[in-house]
Design a protein around this ligand. Structure first.
Ligand SMILES: [Zn+2]
Ligand SMILES: [Zn+2]
Length: 222
């Protein structure tokens, strides 16, 4: 499941990009808000207590490093991790920086997936809108179709690769809680940015607030 579900989420995202307009559809925006709220809740309810339970004083430092790392990654990705892309749509160049940025992000997010089932769901739900926005951009651009396919396949493989590395490289076991802390920092930044950007100009939006509350409740009750 750990390997299949993240792959499936990219496929679902790709299908959404084919049939919906992710940039403007309300359903898509609600899905994005829900994914942010659910991911943040799983992080706060389950991942955070787990890493702090180790009693290691260094945990907090790694959380903040993860947050900083995500800020740097978003210079390269222009926000694809939290649901929008500002790249030039007329480009025909392979967006290598975007792939590197999303690749590092996705690889790291694969590492702690085996810790809780809820985190797996959280990452899967978070990946669907990211894959959709990415696929929509790539399909609208002038990038050759085989390159688009290559990009999406590489992107899809990174999270399962992270999970596989965590399960098979014994050296990494010593650093499990540090890597989890790094990923917590990444998730805190991505999910709060999604929730922040959901209320553009601070206008009240009942449906968005409702899906955010639903995301929190679901993560708490499941
Ligand atoms: Zn943004
Ligand atoms: Zn992510």
């Amino acid at each position: 499941m750990i390997y299949i579900l993240p792959l499936l989420s990219v496929l679902i995202g790709f299908l959404i990009a084919l049939f919906l307009k992710p940039n403007s559809s309300l359903a898509f925006k609600l899905l994005l808000s829900f994914s942010g709220a659910y991911l943040l809740s799983v992080t706060v309810f389950e991942l955070l207590p787990e890493v702090y339970n180790t009693g290691d004083a260094q945990i907090g430092i790694f959380i903040m490093l993860g947050l900083l790392l995500q800020i740097v990654l978003e210079f390269l990705s222009k926000g694809a991790e939290h649901g929008h892309i500002h790249h030039d749509e007329n480009t025909s160049n392979f967006p290598i920086l975007l792939l590197i940025s999303l690749g590092i992000h996705s690889l790291l997010e694969g590492f702690p997936l085996s810790t809780t089932e809820h985190l797996l769901y959280g990452v899967v739900i978070h990946k669907i809108p990211v894959a959709a926005i990415l696929a929509a951009f790539l399909l609208q651009s002038k990038i050759k179709k085989y390159k688009v396919a290559l990009f999406l396949i590489l992107f899809a493989l990174m999270t399962p690769l992270g999970s596989w590395m965590a399960a098979n490289f014994e050296i990494l076991n010593k650093y499990t809680s540090y890597i989890s802390a790094l990923v917590i920092g990444i998730f805190l930044h991505v999910s709060t940015t999604i929730i922040f950007e959901a209320s553009k100009n601070h206008t009240f939006n009942a449906s968005k607030l409702a899906v955010i509350v639903a995301g929190i409740l679901l993560a708490y009750l499941l």
